[in-house]
Design a protein around this ligand. Structure first.
Ligand code: 3PG
Length: 396
């Protein structure tokens, strides 16, 4: 969108797909407005250039029109952040919407109702996409978090509305998650955590082609330990992934990647925040105990390895950080990355739970980039093309 000229934008109706899929509490208050704030630069740019902005998003996974999935609760926060009164439509297509669109002044913003209230959205129905397209003169996709979905408002609409370009958020996400990851300043390290190997196989395999160092943490390490013949007590293990874990360790060796597993772990006698805990060597987890975090020796080894790097990408927590007793490993990594950012290292937080952990530690502002995508970041890191990006005229 930054490449479009004043004359391309002034007085033009711009359909902007954003990802306002934010968490709401029972009283419909926004509990995390990160995605709303992330959508602001593109919208402000368009307002500032005299465009008539039509905002479209989904919220949740409604089956038909469902009041609790209305985008109405987003209006006050959006208006506040944009400094203009955002108008709200009761639908995203139809005569009423067309009237409201015709009434948008230059520099005005109309928020369309949840596009998933129509089942045609997720079906990527061409007739529905055409109706969305007919509302505007050009299309901007800034919904990185939804770019892995080939839906009518992310993919289908681009067949009928041109030019179709990326917004600033989309561009920034791609610059970091594709650009910095494919062409990193080296040494390049990845930290991959999370509870299951099965959900991170694609990411690990793809990153093994690119990184110099791979640090593994989180529940998935116990599948690796067991594959190496260690006793893991009652830690989480994916029995059907033992061969795969061995294969990944061998692949790392053959690629010359320095793969580090934690050498010590914090174990618990039950999966609870008030569990009894102890720190033991990774090879000495007693029966009846389960590993819930990486231990202090591992934090030290991981930190030393990270000290040598110029680029770091992190996806997935090191332990059960939701429980204070088992948050230390994850918090220590967040702090280390914040420190490295201050020294000029590129630090990328690749979506999902690690983003929540960095935010919980109050370190979000320190990182080079924090992704607004969960599934979209994972798919990108797995090396999969995103349909919402491929559909754009200026796609990478
Ligand atoms: C997300 O939160 O990951 C995106 O908004 C996509 O939502 P979805 O998984 O319901 O398609």
């Amino acid at each position: 969108v930054g490449d479009l000229k004043e004359s391309d934008l002034k007085g033009k109706k711009v359909f902007v797909r954003v990802d306002l899929n934010v968490p709401l509490d029972d009283d419909l208050n926004i509990t995390d407005d990160t995605r709303v704030r992330a959508a602001v630069p593109t919208i402000k740019h368009l307002i500032g250039h005299g465009s008539k902005v039509i905002l479209s998003s989904h919220l949740g996974r409604p089956k038909g029109v469902t009041p609790k999935y209305s985008l109405k609760p987003l209006v006050p926060r959006l208006s506040e952040l944009l400094g203009v009164k955002v108008e709200m439509a009761n639908d995203c297509i139809g005569e009423e919407v067309e009237k409201l669109v015709a009434a948008i002044p230059e520099g005005g913003v109309l928020l369309l109702e949840n596009v998933r209230f129509h089942k045609e959205e997720e079906k990527n129905d061409p007739e529905f996409a055409k109706k969305l397209a007919s509302l505007a003169d050009l299309y901007v996709n800034d919904a990185f978090g939804t770019a892995h979905r080939a839906h009518a408002s992310t993919e289908g609409v681009t067949k009928y509305l041109k030019p179709a370009v990326a917004g600033f958020l989309m561009q920034k996400e791609l610059d970091y998650l594709v650009g910095a990851v494919s062409n990193p300043k080296r040494p390049f390290a990845a930290i991959v955590g999370g509870s299951k190997v099965s959900s991170k196989i694609g990411v690990i395999e793809s990153l093994l082609e690119k990184v110099d160092i791979l640090l593994l943490g989180g529940g998935m390490i116990f599948t690796f330990y067991k594959a190496q013949g260690n006793k893991v007590g009652s830690s989480l293990v994916e029995e059907d992934k033992l061969d795969l874990a061995t294969a990944l360790l061998e692949k790392a060796k053959s690629k010359g990647v320095s793969l580090l597993l934690p050498t010590d772990v914090v174990i618990a006698d039950k999966f609870a925040k008030d569990a009894n805990s102890e720190t033991v060597a990774a090879s000495a987890i007693p029966d009846g105990w389960m590993g819930l975090d990486i231990g202090p020796d591992s934090i030290k080894t991981f930190s030393e390895a990270l000290d040598t790097t110029k680029t770091v990408i992190w996806n997935g927590p090191m332990g059960v950080f939701e429980f204070e007793k088992f948050a230390e490993g994850t918090t220590a990594i967040a702090k280390k990355l914040a420190e490295l950012s201050g020294k000029g290292v590129t630090t990328i937080i690749g979506g999902g739970d690690s983003v929540a952990a960095v935010e919980q530690a109050g370190l979000a502002e320190k990182m080079s980039h924090i992704s607004t995508g969960g599934g979209a970041s994972l798919e990108l890191l797995e090396g999969k093309p995103l349909p919402g990006v491929l559909a754009l005229d200026d796609a990478l």
